[in-house]
Design a protein around this ligand. Structure first.
Ligand SMILES: Nc1ncnc2c1ncn2[C@@H]1O[C@H](COP(=O)(O)OP(=O)(O)OP(=O)(O)O)[C@@H](O)[C@H]1O
Ligand SMILES: O=P(O)(O)OC[C@H]1O[C@H](OP(=O)(O)OP(=O)(O)O)[C@H](O)[C@@H]1O
Length: 302
């Protein structure tokens, strides 16, 4: 990864706004697909199109960091922060607020990852950690969401389209073959089940699928083809076991997004709320130091 200066660039304007610089080297965004509209090669998760953001800077004094409250990301997020000497001190595990003694004036709020994105946009959080998939789905490229660190090295998975291994799909092995199947017509479109109601349709449209409809479900999507509810699914994959166990397969060109845990900030907070920039910088430096050391350990261990 190239060493670059940490400059937040706001692609909606022609100027580059330097919020802070350092010798950190963690801002390159690897392979985000074009429809996610990261216009700079580093630092900014942004699009000039949709704007969900309605945040206004309220007059609260404390800085708020949103962390996943439960699920896959929760414990690894706490472990990562602990490894960075940023221990989250929770008075009681059922309480949703906590503190990090090393970061003064910071409140930690435990929330569902999708709600962290929503609350960054509404101005109720200043910083947050979630999967890039959640950021992309619920942030919808909003300009106020700044990707501060794009690779926290856990929560790896990818969002992908999957189809049955059997029946009319037996010899279909790529997205273009799927698109060209004569079965999909206006009257009988390709039916896709997904909980990614923004990224799924956006991807299929970009890939030129004309006759396609979407249905939504929150879990166990892999059952939809066998139940006859859908022809294909768009869902997260990590080990691939769930797809295999349900007789489904990924296809060439069908990966929508590679995801892992990321640190995100509200641009408005960074600019307008006192202390957010310094706190972000502090967290970033600690993350970078830890991840660099961990990376070296991995390398030495090989
Ligand atoms: N195999 C996987 N399946 C789903 N998510 C995964 C997987 N591997 C890593 N992840 C990451 O974990 C996140 C899911 O976290 P979690 O299990 O807490 O669900 P959630 O975001 O609260 O969603 P839900 O409301 O569906 O429970 C994903 O957004 C993704 O970034
Ligand atoms: O590739 P794998 O390692 O098998 O992981 C992928 C599965 O994990 C997630 O589901 P989860 O376990 O969260 O249950 P859910 O279907 O109820 O959301 C995801 O939605 C896939 O179903």
């Amino acid at each position: 990864m190239a060493s670059i200066q940490t400059i937040f660039q706001y692609p909606s304007s022609s100027t580059t706004t330097t919020l802070f610089t350092s010798s950190l080297s963690i801002f390159s965004i690897p392979t985000l697909p074009s429809y996610i509209s990261v216009k700079s090669t580093f630092t900014c998760f942004s699009s000039s199109s949709s704007s969900l953001s309605s945040s206004s800077i309220t007059d609260r004094a404390e800085i708020r960091l949103g962390l996943p409250s439960k699920g896959r990301m929760a414990s690894e997020t706490l472990e990562l922060l602990k490894d960075c000497q940023l221990s989250v001190r929770q008075v009681n595990p059922r309480q949703y607020v906590a503190e990090i003694p090393q970061l003064s004036n910071l409140e930690v709020w435990f929330q569902r990852p999708k709600d962290i994105v929503r609350k960054l946009l509404s101005g109720d959080l200043d910083l947050g950690i979630m999967g890039l998939d959640t950021l992309s789905e619920f942030g919808q490229g909003d300009e106020d969401l700044i990707l501060v660190h794009d690779a926290l090295d856990y929560g790896d998975c990818h969002l992908s389209i999957a189809i049955p291994k059997y029946g009319i799909f037996e010899n279909i092995n790529s997205l273009s073959e799927l698109a060209q199947m004569p079965q999909w017509t206006k009257e009988k479109p390709l039916r896709v089940a997904t909980s990614f109601n923004y990224l799924g349709p956006k991807f299929m449209k970009e890939k030129g699928f004309e006759h396609v409809t979407f249905s939504t479900a929150d879990g166990a999507l892999e059952a939809a083809p066998a139940m006859g509810i859908a022809d294909a699914i768009v869902d997260l994959v990590s080990s691939g076991t769930t797809l295999r166990e349900n007789n489904l397969k990924e296809i060439e060109g069908g990966i929508i997004l590679e995801s892992q845990a990321v640190l995100v900030a509200s641009k408005k907070s960074l600019i307008q709320r006192e202390g957010v920039l310094d706190t972000t910088h502090e967290i970033l430096e600690r993350l970078e130091a830890h991840l660099r050391a961990a990376g070296n350990c991995k390398y030495e261990g090989r």
